[in-house]
Ligand binder design. Structure first.
Ligand SMILES: [Zn+2]
Ligand SMILES: [Zn+2]
Length: 341
């Protein structure tokens, strides 16, 4: 990775720096995750988008697509796409090649604009690929985005005529599906997000997995048990240390009152739910070595320190209080590439 992009705010012992990239040819297990968009609002060039691929394998999926092309350009400038082989003769820039060849599918957690805008505006120049989501999200995309009014219908359902570039693939909660054209599988679980359904995606390959959570509120505030259901499902993977990373949001810092969360999390709620995961996993130090990538921090136009600084400060305190010293917390930044072994 090149210098010039600030991947991490001031370090504490809990926040380790990014490991140096492994040569792709020698990596055989684990994942590479590249942050194309990190923030949860305001910055239209930097909204939720996380590219995931097995280590040593250039066939990727994009978890959410709030920002796509702008994120690829930023990641390319940061050197975070340098390990992707660019064949000669494509006539494409590296961001163009990654958009149309490396990214084989989209996994969309929900259809809020900060999770789909990059996909929509890139669609005329994108390659044909499937969009995997729960049925409610696919319905929102086909009815309210790709409907010839908001945007031409690049999907294969909804308002005629359908251009059919994107193939909607409905996932069934808890049922594992292969991701064609990749070496990965996906399993989805619903999340509760302030009155609409969001999604968690478990992506697995070679006996390892990573878990991406779209926007979610805490069970206690949302009045349900979807996070607990998720932790019960992935607990055995965590206990076996086969889950390499969790992407989870912390939109606001700990000063935000629960009644103003609007289906989002704070560092205190993240620490609280990770304690629940540890309990569900069981065994000694189940979260040891787990990377937790904090997504969706709300950007701010106010003067003063960046919101990430308050999130980091709160997480350090909350993690220490809740016995989560084993967890490797990282705040997502655009252009960050994580090697998850
Ligand atoms: Zn969002
Ligand atoms: Zn949302």
């Amino acid at each position: 990775m090149k210098a010039g992009i600030s991947f991490f705010l001031p370090l504490s012992l809990l926040f380790l720096s990014c490991p140096s990239p492994l040569p792709a040819a020698t990596a055989r297990s684990g994942f590479v995750m590249t942050v194309l968009g990190a923030r949860g609002g305001m910055l239209d060039g930097n909204l939720s988008a996380y590219m995931v691929r097995p280590a040593g394998d250039d066939r990727a999926v994009l978890c959410d697509a709030g920002t796509a092309t702008a994120g690829l350009v930023a990641a390319d400038r940061a050197g975070a796409l340098d390990d992707i082989a660019l064949p000669p003769g494509t006539g494409l820039t590296r961001p163009g090649y990654v958009l149309t060849h490396t990214i084989r599918a989209y996994l969309i957690s929900h259809a809020h604009l900060d999770h789909v805008a990059g996909l929509v505006v890139a669609s005329p120049d994108d390659s044909a690929k499937p969009i995997y989501a729960l049925p409610a999200t696919l319905h929102d995309m086909s009815e309210h985005l790709f409907n010839w009014r908001i945007w031409p219908n690049f999907g294969d359902a909804g308002q005629a005529p359908t251009l059919g570039k994107y193939h909607y693939r409905a996932l069934v909660p808890g049922r594992t599906e292969p991701l064609p054209g990749t070496a990965m599988t996906v399993t989805a679980w619903p999340l509760s997000h302030g009155g609409i359904e969001s999604t968690a995606f478990l992506i697995a390959a070679n006996g390892a997995s990573v878990l991406y959570l779209g926007d979610t509120g805490p069970d206690t505030v949302e009045g349900g048990h979807r996070l607990d259901d998720l932790w019960r499902a992935v607990g055995p993977l965590v206990r076996a240390h086969r889950l390499k990373a969790i992407v989870i949001e912390a939109s606001y810092d700990d000063t935000r009152p629960d009644r103003l969360l609007f289906g989002h999390m704070t560092p205190a709620w993240v620490a609280d739910t990770l304690q629940d995961l540890a309990r569900r996993a069981g065994g000694p130090s189940p979260l040891r070595g787990l990377t937790v990538l904090i997504s969706h921090v709300k950007a701010s136009l106010a003067e003063g320190p960046a919101p990430q600084e308050a999130i980091r400060r709160d997480l350090v305190r909350d993690a220490a209080r809740d016995g989560l010293q084993d967890v490797r917390f990282v705040i997502a930044e655009q252009g960050l590439r994580l090697n998850l072994d």
